[in-house]
Design a protein around this ligand. Structure first.
Ligand SMILES: [Zn+2]
Ligand SMILES: [Zn+2]
Length: 238
């Protein structure tokens, strides 16, 4: 048995037992046996109706771009997100990452497509932020790759994995902006057959916080000749 298969079957068993004792419940209405029902997915408020920074996409009431983008703008731009990170979306992402709740993907991808159209985004290629390979093997999937595929199918844009995470990085949750930038520096590179030269590429991830990870990915893509790198995430941490 390969290591990949070992983890796949171990997790499958683990989740089956967990689901038996702690069954999935919809993050909106607590209906049992699903993480997000269609009705609740449709009701989740999109970030598209709120004022945001024209560049980094975080909530911002002032004109133009936010203070951070005025002082130290990232190369990855624009960054846009379908939802604000909080309550139901946070629980749905947790289910997606830690409970193998991949059933949240189709309804969320549908809403992401709606936000994508509202923001009037355009690109040649969607590409997910990669996980460090041992982590992906343990989880048996990369949630961002699944989101990219599903979104791509909804908006008619190809989705392809072109980045590699060559270094494991510490969890970013407790780090400040500068520490995050240092933490992910040189953690990503393009695959040899990435073929991104001259293309507009959009990075797909579950959550954008400071944008440090997206920026590190965009540096790798730009160094391989990508014309422009933007990002679109499921959620935005304020
Ligand atoms: Zn529901
Ligand atoms: Zn900004």
């Amino acid at each position: 048995m390969t290591v990949t298969n070992f983890w796949k079957y171990t997790w499958r068993l683990y989740y089956a037992v967990l689901d038996l004792f702690l069954p999935p419940t919809c993050v909106g209405c607590e209906k049992v046996d699903m993480w997000l029902c269609d009705a609740c997915a449709t009701k989740l408020p999109l970030l598209t109706s709120q004022p945001i920074c024209a560049r980094c996409g975080k909530p911002w009431k002032g004109p133009g771009v936010c203070l951070m983008c005025q002082q130290a703008p990232l190369q990855v731009a624009p960054i846009r997100s379908a939802f604000l990170f909080g309550d139901q979306i946070q629980t749905a992402i947790h289910a997606l990452k830690y409970r193998a709740g991949v059933t949240v993907i189709p309804p969320l991808a549908r809403r992401m497509a709606e936000a994508w159209q509202a923001y009037e985004m355009h690109t040649d290629l969607l590409t997910p932020v990669p996980l460090y390979p041992p982590r992906e093997i343990r989880r048996s999937y990369n949630q961002s790759a699944l989101l990219a595929q599903a979104l791509g199918a909804n908006i008619g844009v190809p989705s392809r994995e072109v980045l590699l995470r060559v270094r494991n990085t510490a969890s970013q949750t407790k780090l400040k902006r500068e520490q995050r930038q240092r933490n992910v520096k040189e953690a990503f590179m393009c695959m040899p057959n990435a073929d991104v030269a001259g293309k507009c590429v959009t990075l797909i991830d579950d959550v954008a916080t400071t944008g440090a990870t997206l920026e590190a990915c965009s540096i790798a893509l730009l160094s391989q000749g990508a014309r422009m790198v933007s990002a679109f995430t499921l959620a935005r941490a304020a």
